[in-house]
Design a protein around this ligand. Structure first.
Ligand SMILES: NC(=O)c1ccc[n+]([C@@H]2O[C@H](COP(=O)([O-])OP(=O)(O)OC[C@H]3O[C@@H](n4cnc5c(N)ncnc54)[C@H](O)[C@@H]3O)[C@@H](O)[C@H]2O)c1
Length: 367
């Protein structure tokens, strides 16, 4: 009991400050890290693997697409000369398949551990929640929730395994804002792939939207306590980016609008993987735009070269809102702990007796 004073609970909630995107980082800081990535055979994943292998990381891809994964690994080995790039068949919806992937990654790792896990595998497309099917039948058929299985349950499996393997990474230290990325090669980092659909509704893809909101909830819940396992957790929320996941219908509805580029997602992910001082932060990645901040704090689109403008594809979303929410949580937890403290040992003993009574069917809201 004594270790859970209000003060210790408050100090237990910790994230690094919003990311200063004007500060450079070095992609070379990924050198010698072992990175496990789900869904790494295509799109962002393939971009990450290519870039990180070029900078000397060991990368293990887990994906269902064997021909694409094998071909990618072959190409990257040839392009970069890095032989520590591997493909392992993995279906993220299958627990045992992910267990095997993590074991294999540790076995293939030159130092026997895993420094970063990227929960990237995802699908989109036809959504049962958008199409109730034949309304004339007496009973609807069981719908397919495959999008939820891959984008939510698959991510939960990856997260659970990450919290088992990352703290066991030999030579790694608990994550810290004071780490030195150029020196501290060993890491404990989980990077989640959310989406702009984590932050806003997405039309005709309710299951995708629900799954990506779940990823945001997972991130926000874990970021407050993750450092207790010494693991840093970060999130990427890309807008529509030109990869195979963007369906022809989505492309048609985006016509005339803007799409982002894989290279900018790779840039955001590399900053988070390379810079071990980043704890509990999220980045939105959109199309690259020239913008200037107005006096009211809002950003406005401007021509390139306008004095005071910046050109960026990366944004940190809701950072202030999250600070407020976390401050609320902090205060609330502080109050709850102060309340518990004020009840003392007597309050604790009374509740314990009640709990035992409840187990034997005496008292409590049972009806
Ligand atoms: N491209 C975008 O516009 C965009 C925007 C926001 C978020 N995202 C997210 O980024 C992540 C990567 O998407 P992408 O754009 O690179 O798409 P992609 O289709 O190019 O790549 C997804 C990869 O996941 C793999 N995969 C699918 N089901 C799997 C399973 N059951 N087990 C293992 N692997 C599986 C696929 O084989 C593929 O290699 C996804 O989580 C996606 O939701 C993409």
């Amino acid at each position: 009991m004594a270790s859970y004073t209000p003060e210790s609970m408050v100090s237990a909630i910790r994230q690094s400050p919003p990311i200063d995107l004007s500060k450079p980082y070095s992609a070379s800081w990924v050198k010698d890290k072992t990175i496990l990535i789900t869904g790494g055979a295509s799109g962002f994943g393939a971009g990450f693997v290519r870039h990180w292998a070029k900078h000397g990381a060991s990368v293990v891809i887990g994906d269902i697409n064997v021909p694409k994964g094998d071909a990618l690994v072959r190409d990257i080995k040839k392009e970069t000369g890095n032989t520590n790039v591997h493909f392992v068949h993995c279906d993220v919806t299958d627990w045992q398949s992910q267990v095997n992937l993590f074991k294999e990654a540790a076995r293939l790792s030159p130092h026997g551990g895993i420094d970063t896990v990227v929960a990237n595998a995802g699908i989109a497309g036809a959504d049962a929640l958008q199409d109730p099917g034949d309304l004339s039948v007496a009973e609807p058929q069981k719908p397919s929730f495959k999008i939820m299985d891959v984008n939510c349950t698959g991510v939960l499996y990856t997260t659970h395994l990450a919290y088992y393997w990352l703290p066991r990474n030999p030579g790694s230290q608990p994550c810290s804002m004071d780490s030195e990325p150029e020196r501290d090669t060993r890491d404990r980092h989980l990077l989640l792939l959310g989406s702009i659909a984590s932050l806003a509704p997405i039309v005709v893809q309710p299951q995708y939207g629900a799954a990506k909101h779940a990823v945001l909830g997972l991130f926000r819940s874990l970021r407050a306590s993750s450092h207790m396992a010494g693991v840093r957790i970060n999130l990427l929320c890309p807008y529509f980016i030109d990869t195979p996941i963007v369906t022809p219908i989505a492309r048609a509805s985006l016509a005339g609008g803007a799409m982002g580029k894989v290279e900018d997602v790779v840039d955001a992910a590399t900053r988070m993987v390379a810079d071990s001082r980043i704890l509990g932060r999220a980045l939105v990645i959109g199309p690259k735009m020239a913008v200037k901040q107005r006096e009211d704090g809002q950003w406005a689109l401007v021509e390139k070269e306008v004095p005071g403008s910046i050109t960026t594809a990366l944004w940190e979303p809701c950072a202030d809102d999250w600070e407020d929410v976390d401050a609320f949580d902090r205060n609330f937890v502080k109050l709850l702990n102060a309340f518990q403290y004020s009840r003392g040992w007597v309050g604790w003993a009374v509740d314990l007796v009640k709990a035992v009574g409840y187990a034997f069917g005496v008292g409590g809201p049972r009806s």
